[in-house]
Design a protein around this ligand. Structure first.
Ligand code: NAP
Length: 280
């Protein structure tokens, strides 16, 4: 099967790296910069690469992996080069606006979102086994051909991801809670620390920062373009989550102001008990 990857960065490069190791896949990459294409071939990420979409004219399946803001223009330039049976899928972190934009243009389009990432970006950040045991969400709609869904699901399973399906809007509301809200909270955490006006204390805090700060600041210290796109394309769901989070923060502040240690302990016990239902 010939697989096209558009956007040889963290996600596109990681998908290519894994598939290229498997029998039966030929990987064709298209990226914006010629040097990225050259590096991708030299490092064995893809079999062939180009800045021209014509390379993908024989592709059976094409993964759209550029930044969210570039997906619409990429599709416009790509579609004239594809044969009608080519299955098109994307990896964008927000699904409803992408599905609404592409589904009317391409029958064999399946919205997708592999739930994996790192704080880094670009081809150098691509890594093997990024998707192993991670959720890979597909968001077909009524008009999506089941065979196209099964084709993408089969590839996602060969990345050893766990495949789920839901509608695009449900996806966006769910990821607002567990992906987009954490980016904004984590970024606000770093910004709050930087508000410390005593330079000595701030330096000490930076020196003492250890695993707890590393865990809680990771997604806020990631690719700014990705966070911006999450906010721009999932604005309403993200605002709803952020407002609920602010209410929770106000509640925590009130408990601490009132020295209501019993209530605070109960709350911390509840969050300790429920965390595994999200991450285990
Ligand atoms: P990334 O590392 O920045 O990779 C995107 C790559 O696309 C860039 O390296 C760039 O390569 C290329 N590119 C940029 N503009 C392009 C264009 N107009 N046409 C073709 N290629 C272009 O970003 P990423 O983190 O992989 O994110 C890519 C997609 O994955 C996004 O839609 C994002 O929502 C989704 N996603 C990200 C994560 C995450 O945690 N990072 C997780 C799941 C899904 P060159 O300029 O070097 O050619």
């Amino acid at each position: 099967m010939k697989i096209g990857i558009v956007g040889l960065g963290l996600i596109g490069g990681s998908i290519a790296l894994d598939l290229r190791q498997l029998p039966g896949y030929t990987l064709l990459g298209v990226s914006r910069r010629p040097e990225t294409c050259q590096q991708a071939v030299a490092r064995g990420v893809v079999d062939d690469a180009s800045t021209e979409f014509a390379l993908l004219s024989a592709a059976d399946v094409v993964f759209l992996c550029p930044p969210l803001g570039a997906i619409a223009q990429t599709v416009e330039a790509l579609l004239p080069h594809l044969t009608p049976k080519t299955v098109l899928t994307d990896v964008g972190s927000v699904k409803q606006p992408i599905v609404e934009a592409i589904a009317p243009l391409w029958k064999n389009f399946v919205g997708g979102h592999p739930m994996a990432g790192t704080a880094d970006s670009g081809l150098d950040a691509a890594q093997k086994d990024l998707f192993v045991n991670r959720a890979y969400v597909l968001t077909p709609i009524d008009t999506t051909p089941p065979e196209a869904v099964e084709t993408v699901a089969g590839i996602a399973r060969s990345l050893r991801a766990h495949v789920y399906q839901c509608d695009p809007s449900a996806h966006d509301q769910a990821v607002a809670w567990i992906s987009h809200l954490p980016v904004m909270v984590s970024s606000s955490l770093i910004a709050a620390c930087l508000q410390e006006s005593d330079a000595t204390i701030l330096e000490l805090a930076k020196t003492f920062a250890s695993s707890g700060f590393r865990d809680t600041s990771r997604v806020g210290g990631g690719n700014p373009e990705l966070g911006l796109m999450m906010a721009k394309y999932n604005q309403q769901a993200l605002l709803r989550s952020l407002q609920t989070y602010r209410n929770q923060l106000d509640h925590t502040i009130a408990l601490i102001e009132q020295a209501d240690w019993n209530a605070l302990e109960t709350r911390l016990q509840q969050t300790q008990q429920t965390r595994p239902s999200f991450v285990d």
